[in-house]
Design a protein around this ligand. Sequence first.
Ligand code: GLY
Length: 411
Amino acid sequence: MGSITKSLFLIGVLAFTVGCKNSKKEPISKVETENNITIDLQKQIDDCEAQLEISVPKLTDLTKHPRLIETNETEWKQVPNHKLIWTSGFYPGILWYAYHATGNERWKEEAIKRTEVFEDFKNITEHHDIGFMMFPAYGLGYEIGGKKEYKDILLTSANSLASRFNPNVGTIRSWSNKMHPRWQQHITIIDNMLNLELLFWAAKHGGDQKLYDIAVTHAETTMEKHFRPDLTSWHVLEYDSINGNVLNHHTKQGYADDSRWSRGQAWGVYGYTMVYKETKDKKFLDFAQKITDKYLSLLPEDMVPCWDFDVAHDPNEEKDASAAAVVASALLDLSTFVEKKEDQERYYNAALKMLKSLGSDKYSAVGKADAFLLHSTGAKSLGHEIDVALIYADYYYIEALDRLRKMQEKK
Ligand code: GLY
C-alpha cells in the first residue's frame, strides 16, 4: 500500500471507529443505597448486551418474534408476528432500550428492522393488546430512536384501541367473546391498564382529547371495580355491556377465580404509577401506593413472587420473574413521584433489591439460555409457559435497568 493510500485507509478506519463509538455511554459506577444495597448496574446492562449478541444473529426470520424459552432449553421459541399474538413488540422494545442504555448503534438498526415489520397492526380492533404490541416498538422508536415518522402509526393505533371503549361500562373491552367463550359480555382484564400508555401518548402528540378521557375513565372504573377490599386485583371482570354492572369476577391465568395472580397485581402497580405520571392526579398516586404496598407485603425474601400469591405457601410452585421485572420498573418511577422521603427510599430500595435478585445467578439466564431472565410463569392454569424465560420479563427488566441508569446519570 502506498503511503497516501495507507494514510487515507487509516483516516477511514479512524472515522469509522469514532462514528461507531461516539454515542457509546460512559460506564455507570455501582449503585448503593443508604441501606447498603449495592448493585453492579453496569454489569447487569453488559450482561443484557452480551445476551443480545448471542440471540440477535440467531433470530433472522423477521416474520416471527421470540416469545419464550422452555424449561431446560437454551434458545428462543419463536411465534409469528400475528395480530392475535400480543408479544410482537417486546423484542424490538428490548433492542430500543439496549440502544438507549449502551449507545451502541447496532441495537438501533436491529430495533428498526424488527419494528417496521408489523406496521399493519395499527389497525387491530379485535383486542386490547395493540398497546402492548405497538408502544414498546413504535413508541420507543419515536422516543428513543427519534423516528418521528412513527407518529401517525401510533395515532392510528391509539384510535384503534379507543374504538373498544364502552361508555356504558367505562372501560376498554380487552378480549373478544369469540376467542374467550367463557364470557358473553364486556370483558376487561387488569393487564389492560398498560395499554392506556398508548392513549396518553397519542393525546399528547396531536391525538384527540377523547383518547386522554378514555384512558382516565378506564383507570377510574378499574380502580373502583377491579380490586378487592384487601387491595388485590381480580384478573378478569365481566361487565354487563348495557348497564355496566359487574357480572363476574374471574381469572384466566391465575390459580383460581378468587386467587391473587401475581402478574395481575404487577400490571396494576405499573398501570396506576403510569396513570399518575400522565395525569398528575393525586388519587391515582394514592392508589398506586396502596396496591404497591399490598404487593410488597406479599413478597418472599428474594423479592420475586410465586406465580400466584395464593399458592405461594407450596415451595414446589413456580416463580414469576416477569412480575418482579414489571414491578421493579414501576417502583423506580414511583420512588420519584411520592413526597415523603421515607416512601421514596422504601420504593427505591425495593426496586434495587428486585433488580439485584433478578440479576443474580438464581434468575439470570447468562451462561444458561439466550434470554436475560429465567423462571417466569406465563399461564400455569392453562398448562403452558411454566418456569420459562419470557420475552416480556426481559423487556421490563431492561426498561428498569435503563430507568435506573438514567436516574444515576441525573445524580
Ligand atoms: N397480558 C398477558 C399476560 O400478562 O400474560
